[in-house]
Design a protein around this ligand. Structure first.
Ligand code: ADP
Ligand code: GLC
Length: 492
């Protein structure tokens, strides 16, 4: 077997060009690790209007490309640039579909109604680009519902296309809650034939389900942590698709995401006012003071500070956390900073907190990468009260920054955070099971009392946390093994 694999990553987000969440971090980092292992990786993403061509020095790569959708030929062009790490990135440019400010939704957090058409088109365009450029990939790596149909297109439309039909299709699911479940109105355009509009293929409760199609057609499927792989095939965390995942058997696994330590390391982080490391943590105090100042909190090194950086979505449990903050404010000497955006009602609630608890709670509604870094560095604890969490990156960043995670015991949070044992001082964080404000507040209380009463345990935990290594090399090796296994299954 060829030791060097040709891999095409097809995704709707990639750092630094377009990001709404961790998907972008993964698509930006995994290729770099695979490249270092000697593979040939290309990334393809849409050219959203928000991507600055000048800043990223985009060049025209293919002036026109015709893409057949159900009965209609669409036209687009393709730009390219070189990403750090020597990875070529290609941008599918269609003003009609991607010439708008948002990635998935408008400024009022409403999904674009043509999302099924936008991402079906994008997925077909990725395959067309391989054909036009004669790339002959070994692996077509699809991410989430947005590109899941790549597996169906390959098998239904390109079974006799020599440049594509030998490729193994790999679908990575970053979140079962987003399935691309739409009314069947778009089905004709998607163009996969009504004979496949059946419950065991693409149909779901009268509509089309992109992710289900991907699960059924991809040669192998994985998600982003072992525990989430288990939860999604055995419980309602599969959001209705658990039996389909279960029946994939060995062809459905969990591979933990890695951390891009080039971007997330307190020793080198350019976004924080003082760098620090395991050997010399003195800079962390400067970061804490700066964070307290920036968020209007009392600048006091003695008061424990809990940080949050999150999308405001049901998954993240921040509605429960909001109630927990009120409880904590009644009887604890603790501070909070919250950075996030999304759900409009939650945004309003969080924006009201600083006035209610002046000097104790700070909020920034919006998206800010520098602030996210400062929170990781300046806080003592990091809160992730997720209802479910496929992997979660922030808790892994927190560990590296010596900021102990307070997390719900689910998915990737369960796999990456070790529970504090009060009798011995072991562990790297604080975990709780119940989805309730009381459980969250009690666990924050546990962390806060550890901070005040057992500083020697804090010290040992911080050291252990900072030594944890979730580098991408380890995860990329598992992806490589998965690629080779699926190629072997296909007789290659
Ligand atoms: P998810 O992808 O479900 O949102 P992850 O923990 O995998 O969760 O990844 C979230 C990523 O998005 C992290 O890199 C985090 O720092 C970043 N992030 C989320 N919200 C914000 C925000 N408001 N400002 C800056 N970064 C954010
Ligand atoms: C999703 C999940 C998150 C995961 C990320 C990257 O957005 O919600 O848990 O870390 O994808 O895989």
């Amino acid at each position: 077997m060829n030791p060097q694999l040709n891999i095409i990553m097809m995704a709707s987000e990639c750092v630094p060009y377009a990001k709404t969440g961790g998907l972008a971090d993964v698509v930006g980092a995994l290729p770099k690790a695979l490249k270092k292992m000697g593979h040939n990786v290309r990334i393809i993403i849409p050219k959203y209007a928000s991507i600055d061509s000048e800043k990223y020095q985009l060049d025209r790569f293919q002036a026109t490309m015709g893409v057949w959708m159900g009965g209609i030929q669409e036209w687009c062009s393709v730009d390219t640039c070189m990403m750090e790490g020597d990875i070529p990135v290609y941008f599918i440019e269609s003003w009609h579909y991607f010439g708008r400010t948002g990635i998935y939704n408008d400024a009022n957090n409403r999904d674009y109604i043509d999302n099924p058409r936008r991402f079906a088109f994008f997925t077909r365009a990725c395959l067309q680009l391989c054909i036009d450029q004669n790339w002959q990939p070994d692996i077509l790596h699809l991410h989430d519902w947005q590109t899941a149909l790549g597996a169906a297109y390959q098998k239904v439309w390109h079974w006799d296309e020599p440049r594509l039909n030998k490729a193994a299709t790999v679908l990575t699911i970053h979140n079962m809650a987003h399935q691309g479940h739409y009314s069947k109105d778009a089905y004709e355009y998607i163009g996969l034939g009504w004979e496949r509009f059946t419950p065991d293929q693409l149909e779901d409760q009268g509509g089309i389900n992109f992710l289900k199609g991907g699960i059924q057609f991809a040669d192998i499927v994985n998600t982003v942590s072992p525990t989430y792989a288990h939860e999604t095939r055995t419980s309602n965390m599969g959001h209705g698709l658990q039996s389909y995942l279960y029946y994939r058997g060995k062809a459905y696994t969990g591979i933990l995401n890695g951390v891009d330590y080039e971007n997330w390391d307190p020793a080198t982080d350019p976004h924080i006012p003082a760098n620090y490391s395991l050997e010399d943590r003195s800079g962390k105090a400067t970061c804490k003071a700066e964070l307290q100042k920036m968020f209007g909190l009392e600048v006091n090194p003695e008061i424990p500070l809990v940080g949050v950086v999150s999308r405001f979505a049901d998954q993240k449990g921040l509605d429960l956390f909001y109630q927990a903050i009120h409880r904590c404010m009644q009887n604890m000497e603790v501070q909070f900073v919250v950075l996030g955006s999304g759900d409009k009602l939650l945004e309003t609630h969080y924006m009201q907190l600083p006035a209610q608890y002046p000097g104790k709670v700070g909020t920034f509604v919006g998206y800010s990468n520098p602030k996210a870094h400062l929170i990781e560095a300046g806080a003592d604890f990091f809160g992730m009260p997720s209802r479910f969490e496929p992997c979660g990156l922030n808790q892994m960043y927190s560990l590296k920054y010596g900021t102990l995670p307070i997390v719900r015991n689910t998915g990737g949070l369960a796999d990456t955070v070790e529970q504090y044992i009060e009798s011995t001082g072991q562990g790297t964080g604080f975990k709780f099971n119940d989805n309730t404000p009381a459980a969250i507040a009690n666990t924050i209380g546990w962390a806060v009392s550890t901070y005040y009463d057992r500083p020697h345990h804090m010290e040992v935990m911080i050291q252990r946390a900072m030594q944890k290594n979730f580098s991408w090399e380890q995860s990329a090796k598992q992806y490589e093994d998965m690629y080779r296994m699926v190629l072997h299954w296909k007789g290659r």
